[in-house]
Write a protein that binds this ligand. Structure first.
Ligand SMILES: Cc1cc2nc3c(=O)[nH]c(=O)nc-3n(C[C@H](O)[C@H](O)[C@H](O)COP(=O)(O)O)c2cc1C
Length: 362
């Protein structure tokens, strides 16, 4: 869509973020309270629109919850730039997931701008990230905005129910972004073939000490650790018990083994209604960020329909297995960018985020 007239926005005075509020939450603070404070819908305060927009953007999905982004006011909009200090050299050596994550944040920001009565256009700026150009005179708030505060990645068993045709159509429509494609796979035999690749790739990743070490670095084994960092993978969000960090780290070495992990992934995938595979027209930061935009819209539409989703990216993270996945799903030479399962399940504990002040450049 062509960009409308652009107008600047104001940052307003700094304020304490709910997650940053250690004093507010107290010592050993309760994760649920922190999550509630972070995720509760809140109206923007006058003069603090930029802060509010960045908050909405940072609620987006992102790899390992590393939040690899910096937000910078730039002319009549914002640049969402990569934060290479938060890259994942083992799981994501070419920064593919990092740029997908920037696209996810950009779409949340774009939707939030419509709630402020602004038009917003995404400008994919290659290795620099994604620019969100803000204008005035937008129409009504886009409906997907309402799902931002509810969306989550749900890493649990689903209930096996399938989708209705109308739900499938809405997912495809929501994810229809120029420069990428979404394929839904619900045929059980085909899903089993994909599962085989997921398990093969998972075995390779779990057996790789560098992969395990990187993952362990990002796991927050208890509420206090998750609240203190405001990032990372909270153990309870994956259905794991809360443990002191020292014990969690030891037990991780003990239990993170291919057989157990594969059993879990097989059960979870078989309990799902289908698989969603995203591919971009171009294999570059622009293409990856576009996939992020499409995926975030898919996730928000799924949320609005009462559907859950989780990632099963193993066969595209293990580069050697990508061609097999591509050929199985008839992708030709296109790179498989993201692989998700979807279905119905109750929500899981939420993940946290760092405060806006930690990601917004003055
Ligand atoms: C590019 C990308 C790759 C991801 N890969 C995985 C993955 O392989 N396994 C997984 O469980 N979650 C994966 N996630 C989900 C993130 O871990 C999740 O978004 C993050 O922890 C924040 O949690 P939330 O989405 O529930 O807010 C991925 C997300 C993105 C954007």
């Amino acid at each position: 869509m062509p960009s409308k007239r652009t107008v600047p926005i104001t940052a307003g005075a700094a304020a304490t973020s709910p997650v940053a509020g250690g004093a507010l939450l107290g010592r050993g603070a309760d994760h649920e309270a922190a999550a509630q404070a972070l995720w509760s819908p809140r109206p923007p305060m006058p003069g603090r629109e930029l802060h509010w927009l960045v908050h909405q953007a940072s609620l987006a999905a992102n790899s390992h919850n590393a939040q690899p982004w910096r937000f910078r006011s730039q002319g009549a909009g914002l640049l969402i730039a990569p934060d290479f200090n938060r890259r994942l050299p083992v799981a994501d050596p070419d920064d593919h997931h990092l740029y997908v994550s920037l696209g996810c944040a950009a779409e949340n920001l774009r939707l939030a701008a419509t709630a402020l009565g602004r038009s917003a256009t995404l400008d994919f700026a290659g290795a620099d990230g994604v620019r969100v150009l803000l204008g005035s005179g937008a129409g009504p708030t886009e409906p997907l905005f309402e799902a931002i505060a509810e969306r989550q990645c749900t890493r649990s068993d689903y209930d096996g129910r399938g989708l209705q045709a109308a739900q499938r159509e809405l997912l495809l429509e929501a994810a229809c972004i120029e420069g990428c494609e979404l394929l839904l796979v619900e045929d059980r035999a085909r899903m089993e073939q994909v599962l085989e690749l997921v398990l093969e790739a998972n075995t390779r990743q779990v057996s790789n000490p560098a992969f395990a070490a990187e993952l362990k670095h990002w796991i927050r084994f208890n509420a206090a650790a998750a609240i203190e960092s405001g990032d990372g993978l909270y153990a309870a969000s994956s259905g794991n018990p809360s443990l002191p960090t020292w014990l969690g780290r030891r037990l991780f070495d003990w239990v993170f083994k291919p057989a157990a992990e594969n059993r879990r992934y097989a059960r979870q995938l078989r309990s799902s209604a289908g698989l969603a595979l995203f591919t971009a027209d171009v294999d570059s930061p622009d293409g990856w960020a576009r996939v992020g935009q499409a995926y975030q819209r898919f996730a928000l539409q799924a949320t609005a329909l009462g559907l859950r989703h989780a990632h099963v990216n193993q066969p595209l993270e293990v580069a050697a297995l990508r061609p097999q996945l591509a050929s199985l799903l008839g992708l030709g030479t296109r790179r498989p960018d993201l692989l998700l399962r979807y279905g119905f399940a109750p929500p899981m504990p939420r993940s946290l985020r760092r405060p806006v002040e930690a990601v917004l450049d003055a």
